[in-house]
Design a protein around this ligand. Structure first.
Ligand SMILES: Cc1cc2nc3c(=O)[nH]c(=O)nc-3n(C[C@H](O)[C@H](O)[C@H](O)COP(=O)(O)OP(=O)(O)OC[C@H]3O[C@@H](n4cnc5c(N)ncnc54)[C@H](O)[C@@H]3O)c2cc1C
Ligand code: SF4
Length: 349
């Protein structure tokens, strides 16, 4: 039993943990609720990833192939864990498929849920067909054509609204989703590549293109691709008499009201806690932090442990996270699990 680790969720975090465990000789049982592996970048059809510029299907596809090719990994798709008994070193998990898994440790890489823009009705999603989300535009980029869903025309003017479902106390989302500024500046360039005549505007509160890549995204988007950045508070998206969309709000730099026609409005949606987290917390006996993400045991010396011994949590299950960090956290959890299982073995000897 101590030679096996149960990994739940096959996104970047879970795939990285599974590959790390297999590399050091552990057996892995990987449980994924969907019928495909790869997590959000594959399920939602992301285009080119930031900061690498690699297509998601290639980059994450490589992670999937490595795990699928490993004889040490048993994969259960369309499956969830329904019940967990036991303790660190000897857990028994009942799957929804009726199978039972015995494992010494459990790794949770259960990720996040994309913010549902319906919860921001004043910005037109669900009312106007030409109000879409970044994931929809990623799919358009992957398919090689930017178009207004209402009639298929190539948009002349595109507005990307940042912080949709993030940094918004009115709707209980007090966190910054960390990745959407960089994703949006990149998306603006991709739109321009596909349609050089299209003008792209980014409406922002602050720009947070974190890390080493401000030049590759923020400045490049502005200087080479002529993306226009407008610091603004958007009040609503309505329809003009000619059928185009109208963006209404205030330019907060010059403190003047704005009413601007657009063909396509894109919500840069944030990362919500996995909608299933209350259920996951119950089944695995782990805690939630106050926003609804899974909680960690402690920072620094016990980081990536959940609040229950022998169960580890990492990646976007802990809060908004990018892929690089999720992959690193998957590996770190694998190391923690192997080390803790070794210590239990030692005690038992
Ligand atoms: C619009 C958008 C674009 C983005 N683009 C980028 C980018 O270009 N570069 C970048 O670095 N990051 C990007 N991100 C962030 C990226 O999506 C995350 O960093 C990454 O997906 C986190 O991986 P994860 O494995 O922790 O979670 P996820 O990708 O959410 O994977 C979790 C997996 O667990 C499964 N699961 C969930 N619950 C259960 C359960 N109960 N039982 C079994 N399985 C379960 C899910 O089906 C899924 O397969 C973007 C985010 C958004 C919102
Ligand atoms: S990363 Fe940018 S768009 Fe995303 S929530 Fe933070 S500030 Fe807003």
């Amino acid at each position: 039993m101590r030679d096996t680790v149960l990994v739940v969720g096959a996104g970047p975090t879970g795939l990285s943990a599974a590959a790390g465990l297999a590399a050091v000789g552990k057996k892995v049982v990987l449980v994924e609720k969907e019928n495909i592996l790869g997590g959000a970048p594959i399920i939602s059809g992301y285009a080119r990833l930031v900061p690498s510029g690699e297509w998601a299907k290639d980059a994450i596809g490589r992670m999937v192939s490595r795990v699928e090719a490993s004889p040490a990994v048993t994969i259960h798709k369309n499956a969830k864990v329904a019940r967990v008994d036991g303790e660190a070193g000897r857990f028994t998990a009942a799957l929804t498929t009726g199978e039972t898994v015995s494992a010494g440790a459990i790794i949770l890489g259960t990720g996040f849920t994309h913010f549902d823009s319906i919860n921001k009705p004043e910005w037109g999603f669900g009312t106007f067909e030409d109000v879409v989300t970044t994931t929809q535009v990623e799919q358009m980029v992957a398919a090689g054509r930017i178009a207004c869903p209402s009639d298929g025309r190539v948009p002349e003017r595109v507005a990307i609204l940042l912080c949709v479902g993030s940094r918004d106390r009115q709707i209980g989302r007090e966190w910054c989703s960390k990745i959407c500024c960089t994703v949006s500046t990149n998306l603006a360039m991709e739109i321009k590549e596909l349609s050089p005549r299209t003008d792209v505007f980014i409406y922002y509160m602050d720009i947070r293109t974190f890390g080493l890549y401000e030049d590759k995204f923020y400045w490049k988007s502005q200087e080479e691709f002529k993306t226009k950045f407008v610091k603004a508070r958007i009040a609503e998206v309505t329809r003009a008499p000619d059928g185009r969309l109208l963006l209404k709000g205030e330019d907060t730099l010059v403190k003047r009201p704005i009413v601007i026609p657009m063909d396509l409005v894109v919500h840069a949606i944030g990362m919500d806690p996995n909608l299933e987290n209350p259920q996951i917390a119950k089944v695995f006996g782990v805690g939630l932090e106050r926003h609804g993400f899974l909680d960690r045991g402690e920072h620094y010396t016990n980081t990536l442990s959940s609040t229950r011994r022998g169960i580890y949590v990492g990646g976007a299950a802990l809060g908004p996270e990018d892929i690089d960090s999720s992959v690193s956290q998957g590996l770190a959890m694998a190391l923690r699990a192997v080390g803790d299982l070794g210590a239990l073995e030692h005690q038992a000897a």
